[in-house]
Design a protein around this ligand. Structure first.
Ligand code: SF4
Length: 98
């Protein structure tokens, strides 16, 4: 009972969330298919997501950016989309869409 006050690691996690840029669903490109994953307007067209999850991300040639062309439909695609999200250098991929 005396040790309860020591557990305060929630504070550092909260600070991480504030400082780390995140994809914003309000800024997602209209080409994204409906669903969990999307690309927002921070995309710098680096190609990483299209290499990592080629079944799910495509390039908008005119706009010069990526978008989600298909939501993941199996565990392997889900893994690749998650990897793409984590690897995106500008946090332009979100997974909180609907
Ligand atoms: S990894 Fe990120 S910045 Fe690179 S093309 Fe994909 S969404 Fe755009």
């Amino acid at each position: 009972m005396e040790l309860d006050f020591i557990r305060s690691d929630g504070i550092s996690r909260a600070e991480d969330n504030i400082t780390k840029p995140m994809a914003n669903i309000a800024n997602k490109f209209p080409e994204n298919v409906p669903g969990k994953y999307y690309v927002d307007n921070q995309c710098i067209d680096c190609d990483l997501c299209r290499e990592t999850a080629p079944n799910n991300f495509q390039r908008n040639e005119e706009g010069g950016h990526s978008y989600v062309s298909k939501q993941p439909e199996n565990p392997e695609e889900e893994r690749q989309c998650k990897e793409a999200k984590e690897g995106c250098p500008v946090e332009a991929i979100g997974d909180d869409g609907a």
